[in-house]
Design a protein around this ligand. Sequence first.
Ligand SMILES: Nc1ncnc2c1ncn2[C@@H]1O[C@H](COP(=O)(O)OP(=O)(O)OP(=O)(O)O)[C@@H](O)[C@H]1O
Ligand SMILES: [Mg+2]
Length: 361
Amino acid sequence: MTPRLELRHICKSFAGRQVVDDLSLSVAPGQVTCLLGPSGCGKSTTLRILAGVERQDSGEIYVDGEIICGPLTETAPEHRSIGLMFQDFALFPHLDVAGNVGFGLPKNEMSRVGELLEKVGLSGFEGKYPHELSGGEQQRVALARALAPRPKIMLMDEPFSGLDDRLRDGIRDETLSVLKDEGTAVLLVTHEPHEAMRMADEIALMRAGRIVQQGNPYNIYNAPVDKQAAAFFSDINVIRGQSNGALTETPFGQFLTPGHADGAAVEIVIRPQHLKIDFDRSGQGPNPTPSDGTPARALVERARFMGRESLVELRMDFDGSVLKATVPAVFLPKPGTVLWLTMRRDRCFVFGTPPAQAAAE
Ligand SMILES: Nc1ncnc2c1ncn2[C@@H]1O[C@H](COP(=O)(O)OP(=O)(O)OP(=O)(O)O)[C@@H](O)[C@H]1O
Ligand SMILES: [Mg+2]
């Protein structure tokens, strides 16, 4: 299937600094792709290039297989069939809801206003003015307005960041269902991993202008390409060691580390919810097993109740470092409690340490 939107090898520099670096990406009709990455990695610049506000230095943009912007082509922003929804979306204050949604629509398309207001759950709001609406209602009017001209593509830049936490999840879900219903291809920018996982069919993880990993949320979360990619989605625990004969010895027992040269520094990474906690049994932890390895003894340093779970910080006997574990909230151990930790082998990620980083540590 021809992608609705395709970017090929987009590059952009500002004052000699490469902000978007050979970025390629495609989005199918009805699909939501999320550009996720830390502040300054080039997400908004990518959207601005697509919207036609900024021009790439090289690379091409295609809509339904037709080039709309490349070295020899440049379609004007208003003819790109692209809708925009940004964080600081401004409704026209002097127009009522119907006026805002219908702005710029041809007369014979005015029935679309009622149809969209119904979709976003605002039937009956036609005559209200923006200052009479809540933040969430304004957001939904902005969505209806962006969808009114039936754009093939919708670009959204942190559109929900102005909403308070409780509103946000509901509005995200509603927005998603309206966009899916309209069959629009969506490119959504966010720096919040939870927003990306909630909204996206596909996540493109960006760093310094490049896409470092792309895939569905499940794969990105469960098979990160490197330590930073793992750390972007949750706290992580890192155990360091040296590979020898495709094995690395640690206080948690041996890990298989195939593909790492003898003597190479490796990092074994595990998320807090995947550390297994066991009670002390008169000075002993659980017996070692092939899937969990050897338990390591720790003292609870601090435990915090977080509602659904407790976050437990444990000071490890073997080197005095602190590891973090999350456990069901029924469990809130007191500081000083002795516990034993095991690392489930199928939940660990093994990464090599880049030489520069290894030298600095
Ligand atoms: N018009 C411009 N002139 C010069 N530098 C710019 C311009 N626009 C963006 N930049 C720089 O390019 C880099 C990427 O900016 P961009 O707005 O794309 O980041 P972002 O990923 O959207 O970050 P955030 O999550 O903070 O919104 C930043 O370092 C920014 O300062
Ligand atoms: Mg931005």
